[in-house]
Ligand binder design. Structure first.
Ligand SMILES: Cc1cc2nc3c(=O)[nH]c(=O)nc-3n(C[C@H](O)[C@H](O)[C@H](O)COP(=O)(O)O)c2cc1C
Length: 160
């Protein structure tokens, strides 16, 4: 059985960590994207993304390749948007909720400094689990990549 890393990333931080995790463990990396991309610059980016996250939107996703039977471990990766997880991850979970029940589920979160714990709690509730097998929280890691983050990624992977 294998591990899937399922993530959404607007500006590359979450992608950066997804790729780092994949250097440490044997995993399929599945990047999900909404059909209609969110604005990714200026103030519109925060207004549209933030509103969509707060409203609990489930945007239609571009086709993705995920066969749940292949995996015993799923790692979700998401930025924090308005103190919660991102809408594309919400859609993915909605579409695959039944298949997550028997699996080991872990999460990594990228944020700028506020709301990661809330986002993790909301994600747990939405998936319907009490605890993640492992949690990793990093501050804009693409910009601030360092030995400390490398160590955190390794420790996270060792828990899986
Ligand atoms: C719409 C929107 C809302 C955000 N809300 C928060 C927030 O509530 N707390 C926070 O610390 N960072 C917030 N951020 C910053 C991102 O979580 C952070 O920069 C993250 O590393 C981006 O990941 P990405 O590069 O994979 O998209 C927000 C960013 C966007 C675009």
């Amino acid at each position: 059985m294998k591990t899937a890393i399922v993530y959404y990333s607007m500006s590359g931080n979450t992608k950066f960590i997804a790729d780092k995790i994949a250097e440490n463990i044997d995993a399929d990396v599945i990047r999900i994207e909404p059909v209609k991309a969110y604005p990714d610059s200026g103030v519109r980016k925060f207004i549209w993304g933030g509103k969509s996250a707060v409203m609990g939107n489930t945007p239609k996703l571009q086709p993705y390749d995920f066969d749940a039977d292949k995996y015993d471990t799923i790692i979700f990766g998401t930025p924090v948007w308005a103190s919660t997880f991102t809408p594309p991850i919400r859609t993915f979970i909605e579409e695959n909720k039944a298949s997550l029940a028997e699996k080991k589920v872990a999460v990594f979160i990228c944020f700028s400094g506020g709301g990661a714990d809330k986002a993790i709690d909301k994600l747990k509730k939405y998936i319907g689990i009490n605890e993640f097998a492992a949690e990793l929280i990093l501050v804009d890691p693409k910009e601030k990549s360092d030995q400390e983050n490398e160590k955190k990624v390794k420790e996270f992977c060792e828990l899986l």
